[in-house]
Design a protein around this ligand. Sequence first.
Ligand SMILES: Nc1ncnc2c1ncn2[C@@H]1O[C@H](COP(=O)(O)OP(=O)(O)OP(=O)(O)O)[C@@H](O)[C@H]1O
Ligand SMILES: [Mg+2]
Length: 349
Amino acid sequence: MATSIVGLDIGNGVIRAAEISDPGKSKPTLIRYHSMSVAPGSVHRGEIIDHGSVTAALKQLWSTGGFKSKRVVLGVGNQRVLVRDVSVPKMPLMQIRESLPFQVQDLLPVPVADALLDFYPVSAGTTDVGEMINGLLIAAVKDPVLKNVEAVQAAGLDPVEVDLIPFALARSLLEGANGAGTVALLHIGAVTTSLLVAVDGAPQFVRILQYGGEDVTSALIKKLGVTAEQADQIKRGLGLAIEGVAPEWRPAVETIAASTGDLLDSVRNTLSFYVNTHPDAAFERILISGGGAQLPGLGQALAEATRLPVGLPDPRGNMTVAKSVDQARMQSDAAGLAVAAGLALGNKS
Ligand SMILES: Nc1ncnc2c1ncn2[C@@H]1O[C@H](COP(=O)(O)OP(=O)(O)OP(=O)(O)O)[C@@H](O)[C@H]1O
Ligand SMILES: [Mg+2]
């Protein structure tokens, strides 16, 4: 019998779930996708604040979406997750993982005992002190991750794994030609943005930035004195438009441009840092995803700022989409699929 697993993305005000059968196969199948709003404030930066309302929303999500599997892969990727480049002496991966608490205390903002640690190997090299393995240290503050696990369990589900959201995105968006060469994947959410660099689809570098579409909305509220709903509409309507904008909309356009400019600067600086520390690297393209990436004109502005081609990959990747998937929902929320599907795709059990 085919095994299936659900990737669960707990976003800012919305939870999304994608069920995939045989995720380990070369062509996995998406069999269900559904999303559900959660009450404002019940999730903050990926952390569940109101346990009861999220648990209720999860139960409803499972029944309305018709999910058959209770096995769930959860994502982490907010600001309380740190990803650092580290080099450790060469040894088996299991031993590296066991040695992490002793190696990384100085890098962490919290005591080791309060963190969940993992290591993802990237490359091997030899230095004066011997053979080394370079990789990514992933450290998450334990408490919020465990709270999310508890809420999922309280909804009668079985959390089998927790994975880094940027890794999930690499899986669903860097399939085949999209992932060829050195590629930057920029995912702009409501409150969190991640920038991942991959070579031929394999992650090399991750930065999590404290920025999202809500920063643009908040800047508009402050500048124009409008409501959150109005600000969101203005943002989606105007985007980074310059030409043909009536003079009364100038302050709005300038506000959106200033807020987005901060992100473009960070992206450009981060890509320069990567090239400086990896002299052989030459970026082929930037791929963008997430709700914040739908800001009109963002792709073009990013292409101008970095002089790189910018693309919006299809989150269906190389998956087969089964007839059981609610097509209308998937079309209307295609951007939301990438994280949830990528989380499920990583599970090989
Ligand atoms: N067409 C659009 N133009 C501009 N912004 C948009 C558009 N569509 C969505 N957004 C913005 O995208 C953001 C939501 O993105 P997304 O759904 O990826 O976030 P999330 O997963 O809920 O949050 P996070 O990942 O940060 O926890 C909101 O700020 C929203 O206003
Ligand atoms: Mg998100």
